[in-house]
Ligand binder design. Structure first.
Ligand code: CP
Ligand code: NVA
Length: 298
């Protein structure tokens, strides 16, 4: 039984196998019908808001011949304290697979363990593996191989998206720079496993020098709203802006996992200049997640 719970737990060969399948899925979207899910119903349990992840999974699962049950966590007994292990054992007998967005990484891992159905991490506080797999595809699609590229993440380096990036760099060998104040650099246990090609810098100007990709995420992740003012204070020097982009490699991609807060983690003009890349990045969630589902069922 395959799950997609984290980049940390994924083998390099599995990452490559998923990414290799995406171009064809994208190319043949409206020309070839693939009904691999054969009417299977997938539960989508969400404890946090979502636009891209929810819509891309709902559309992707239906296009693969399945259907979805959207279950906001606060509308099922999970929200009133029913244990994840019991929820998993019930749903495991009723649905074909599950896509879960929640807070604790241990909840998706427990769900996978107790449900015995393919389970996808659709974002936890720890990782956002579907996002980063999809972003790897977007970079390959735009630049070719990622192996010798420099990816610079700027902003809150301690949240789920950069954590998944650190693990991806460890598996695939590209250079990853994380520009963040010390307080918001990746967690120590993430860095302990970081290879020599992962660099954390407080100096954002040095971090963007010659980079192929500049990438950012929100400063205030879901669940951290109480820290809003403090985060603004610490992160204000880490906004992605034109004057930084000028020091990256000419033609460097600008990426944002979205949703974007202009004037915080990215300037409006730089965002709009790179909107084509950013919204292709969003679209690629759909194609990549179809590849993830097909890989899980192999
Ligand atoms: N990037 C991303 O996961 O977006 P949503 O929160 O809208 O799903
Ligand atoms: N780090 C962000 C990602 C949103 C897609 C969050 O967790 O809110």
């Amino acid at each position: 039984m395959k799950h997609l719970l984290s980049i940390e737990a994924l083998d390099k060969a599995d990452i490559i196998s998923i990414l290799d399948a995406v171009p064809r899925i994208k190319r043949e979207r409206y020309t070839t019908v693939d009904t691999i899910l054969n009417g299977g119903i997938w539960a989508m349990i969400f404890s946090k808001s979502s636009t891209r992840t929810r819509v891309s999974f709902e559309v992707g699962i239906r296009e693969l011949g399945g259907s979805t049950l959207f279950l906001p966590a606060n509308e099922i007994q999970l929200g009133r304290g029913e244990p994840i292990s019991d929820t998993a054992r019930v749903l495991g007998r009723m649905v074909r697979g599950a896509v879960i967005r929640t807070f604790d990484q241990s909840d998706v891992e427990d769900f996978a363990k107790y449900s015995a159905i393919p389970t996808v991490n659709a974002l936890t506080d720890r990782e956002h593996p579907c996002q980063v797999l999809s972003d790897l595809f977007t970079i390959q699609e735009a630049l070719g191989s990622i192996k010798d590229r420099v990816i610079t993440f700027i902003g809150d380096g301690s949240c789920n998206v950069p954590t998944s990036w650190v693990f991806a760099a460890g598996k695939l060998g590209f250079e990853l720079r994380i520009a963040a104040p010390e307080k918001y650099q990746p967690e120590s246990d993430v860095l302990e496993s970081a290879p020599a090609n992962v660099h954390c810098l407080e100096d954002v100007r040095a971090a963007v020098e010659g980079a192929d990709v500049l990438y950012t995420d929100v400063w205030v992740s879901m669940g951290k709203e109480k820290e809003f003012q403090e985060r603004l204070k610490w992160l204000k020097g880490y906004r992605l802006k034109k004057s930084l982009h000028e020091h990256a490699k000419p033609g460097a991609l600008v990426m944002h996992c979205l949703p974007a807060y202009r004037g915080m983690e990215i300037d409006e003009d730089l965002f709009e200049e790179h909107a084509e890349t950013i919204f292709t990045q969003a679209e690629n969630r759909l194609h990549t997640q179809k590849a993830i589902i097909k890989w899980m069922l192999q």
